[in-house]
Design a protein around this ligand. Structure first.
Ligand SMILES: C[S@@+](CC[C@H](N)C(=O)[O-])C[C@H]1O[C@@H](n2cnc3c(N)ncnc32)[C@H](O)[C@@H]1O
Length: 686
């Protein structure tokens, strides 16, 4: 930590005052040369002074500091290779007439006199060559500089200076951006008046703090641990949230606050001196102005050298050495996501992203989802569901599945967890049952991926079932109903068709078993994700029912619970661009095709008793077993062992009258598949 009353904290107000340096300055002007020649002598041969630094060191060195009214082109007063750090801001080409400012600060001093830009660069080269000569090997040179505007042209001075400095032998070390936050050159008015391409003139709110290094040993290499400790700075929240980043937010010195047209704020040399020099080191500002660098260097117990042409500025700089540091409260940016309310802009951005396939699904839907979340429960009550559908966790149930990817995957899961046995297939037109299960009333198999309207036949499906909230479904609702359907659970009806569950039976089962702890140790592999977006065309549904896709996943608890087995689906849908999702799906399509199904299909089987189709189904099962790590044993479904029942299918317009009539006829299964013409589909047993 710093000794005395100099703090190593970032921006604690400094109160150091004293007279030692005043005496020293007086002595300096008389015998500067003598003091310099003695500089290299250890204190045993030299002169003790009140300002002697590095007290922990057995060999002590003379203090040397001074502010000179002369050009920095020849800094003869500074010994070669004696300066550890330069902090400076050169005059900006022809921007300010300092002489004019000194003689009458109220008159116009932004006069733009002087030579060409190239001549200015050559002059900077001369000054920084002299600085290079004075810098210690390994020492730093921080130059605060910005682009120059002259006659509607921008001159990239920082970029040009880097080239110049490298040519002089400096190494480029760091580029820190000084964000002026409240200040800067305001130009955007032009753009606001002419909002057309080509008129863009942003406000210039930054300057660069270019840090160069003279090649040589690291500055900490020769410091003892005590010396390091003395110069140590605090790692506090100001450091981690601001100084640690290479964008520094520091308001400029307000106009007319100090008697110089463009002093830099004390915070800048304060940070640089703390970061790039040790107590007792010499800090130089070759363009010292009113001495901000020399003031801060002195306060931080560094030696200081300053060069300045204008006598008035030198006088102020000397006075300022006595003043306490004026470090202001720190500005730290806080970032907040702000929805873009300018809708034409948002729309064009969305269209652009959509066209390029860059948009994630939920970027397109977020706004719409907000409409929905207000009046719906946030989360599924899994405890209540567990009590309601105890049969979902019963062992060795016979099951009838849909002959497609959703059905087979669900069957695989149910067999893996509860040893459920496959006894039949149902595709809403035909029912294939192993003969011994042919009597549904007696064997009561569970229908998976279907909604069945028989109280004694448990089923798990996900179609829209209710016409309206006040229109009951006798066989499916009520305390002893065995139907498990997410739309029924949430009370969604045809009237709110857009809120329909957009995923598969498999997702629903995964979410439930995940929440009930039955899949505790199961970790899906990466290959699982494409499968999750493929099952029951979930990706397409998520886009079609984009308004409620995220909301459903949130309800299922998969969007924020990393342990949920459907979390990977949520993550993929929320984070991957549509292009990427489609690519995954295409890759999966290749695999599906290799199994003998069409690329974009749901691996449907028209007739499981057909040998060829059955073998293809077995291949599908084997592939899914490999992907999931689960195993299932499906029996053969040869014609001879199967009872085939054709279901009498029909459809009609989904009006209330039709709905009530169809339900009263006790169909075997039905679904409200759309609000349009033939939206009510149903099937009767013969
Ligand atoms: C951008 S100002 C620096 C302000 C300074 N950082 C401060 O906080 O007060 C540049 C200064 O360089 C001075 N200057 C111009 N030519 C110079 C030269 N050849 N040698 C030394 N100083 C010079 C100007 O008078 C001006 O005060």
């Amino acid at each position: 930590m710093f000794a005395n009353n100099v703090s190593s904290k970032w921006y604690k107000n400094q109160t150091r005052t004293g007279n030692a340096h005043v005496a020293k300055r007086a002595k300096w002007s008389l015998c500067a040369q003598v003091l310099f020649t003695r500089k290299e002598l250890p204190i045993t041969f030299g002169v003790h002074t009140a300002d002697t630094k590095k007290s922990s060191h057995s060999i002590r060195w003379m203090t040397m500091s001074g502010i000179f009214q002369k050009s920095c082109e020849h800094m003869d007063e500074v010994p070669a290779e004696s300066v550890a750090l330069v902090v400076t801001s050169p005059p900006y080409w022809n921007a300010i007439d300092y002489e004019q400012h000194v003689s009458d600060p109220t008159a116009w001093y932004r006069t733009r006199r002087g030579g060409t830009y190239e001549e200015y660069l050559d002059w900077l080269r001369v000054c920084f060559a002299e600085v290079f000569h004075k810098l210690k090997p390994g020492g730093f040179c921080a130059v605060i500089i910005g682009t120059i505007l002259n006659e509607r042209k921008q001159y990239p001075l920082p970029q040009h200076l880097v080239t110049t400095m490298e040519e002089l032998g400096y190494e480029f070390h760091e580029d820190i951006v000084w964000s002026k936050v409240t200040g800067g050159v305001k130009r955007a008015g032009v753009t606001i008046q002419h909002p057309f391409p080509g008129y863009y003139c942003p406000n210039i709110m930054t300057e660069n703090i270019l840090v160069f290094r003279k090649p040589g040993p690291r500055i900490y290499a020769e410091q003892t641990s005590d010396e390091k400790e003395r110069s140590k700075y605090d790692i506090n929240s100001i450091f981690t949230r601001e100084v640690a980043n290479n964008i520094w937010h520091i308001a400029p010195v307000p106009p007319n606050y100090l008697p110089h047209p463009c002093p830099f704020p004390e915070e800048i040399p304060y940070r640089l001196i703390m970061l790039y020099s040790y107590v007792g080191d010499a800090v130089l500002d070759p363009f010292n102005g009113i001495g901000t660098t020399t003031k801060v260097a002195h306060a931080l117990e560094r030696d200081y050298f300053g060069y300045e042409l204008q006598q008035k500025y030198v006088q102020v700089a000397l006075q300022r050495l006595d003043e306490p540091l004026r470090l202001r409260d720190q500005l730290i940016p806080v970032y907040e996501k702000v929805p873009v309310t300018d809708s034409p802009y948002q729309r064009s951005l969305e269209n652009h992203k959509r066209k390029r396939g860059q948009m994630t699904l939920f970027e397109t839907t977020r706004e719409a989802q907000e409409e929905y979340t207000a009046d719906t429960p946030d989360r599924c009550d899994y405890d209540a569901l567990k009590k309601q559908a105890t049969w979902l966790r019963r062992k060795k149930q016979p099951m009838v599945i849909s002959p497609d990817l959703d059905g087979v995957l669900s069957a695989l899961l149910l067999h893996h967890l509860w040893k459920w046995e496959l006894v039949g297939f149902y595709d809403a037109s035909t029912l294939w049952l192993l003969k011994e299960y042919g009597n549904l009333d007696a064997t009561k198999p569970t229908f998976v991926d279907h909604d069945i309207y028989r109280k004694h036949l448990p089923s798990i499906g996900h179609h829209m079932l209710k016409w309206g909230k006040d229109t009951p479904i006798p066989e499916c609702e009520g305390p002893d109903a065995q139907s498990f359907n997410p739309n029924l659970i949430r009370g969604f009806t045809l009237k709110e068709f857009g809120r329909k569950y957009p995923f598969g039976t498999f997702h629903l089962l995964l979410a439930c078993y995940g929440a009930w702890g039955d899949l505790k140790d199961y970790r899906p592999s990466r290959d699982f994700i494409p499968l999750l977006i493929q099952v029951d065309s979930s990706l397409q549904s998520a886009f079609t029912y984009e308004k409620n896709a995220l909301e459903w996943l949130e309800w299922l608890g998969g969007s924020d619970d990393e342990r949920s087995p459907i979390y990977p689906l949520c993550k993929a849908l929320a984070a991957a661009s549509s292009k990427r999702l489609l690519r995954w799906q295409a890759q999966l399509g290749d695999q599906i095709q290799a199994l003998g199904f069409t690329r974009h299909s749901q691996c449907k089987t028209d007739n499981p008793t057909d040998r060829e189709q059955w073998q293809r189904l077995q291949k599908l099962l084997a592939w899914l077993e490999e992907l999931t790590g689960w195993t299932a044993d499906f029996p053969d479904f040869p014609d001879a062992k199967v009872v085939r029942t054709d279901i009498r299918r029909a459809s009609c317009k989904p009006t209330k009258t039709n709905f009530v009539k169809v339900v009263a006829e006790k169909p075997f299964s039905y679904a409200l598949i759309s609000k349009t013409e033939q939206g009510l589909n149903y099937g009767h047993l013969p």
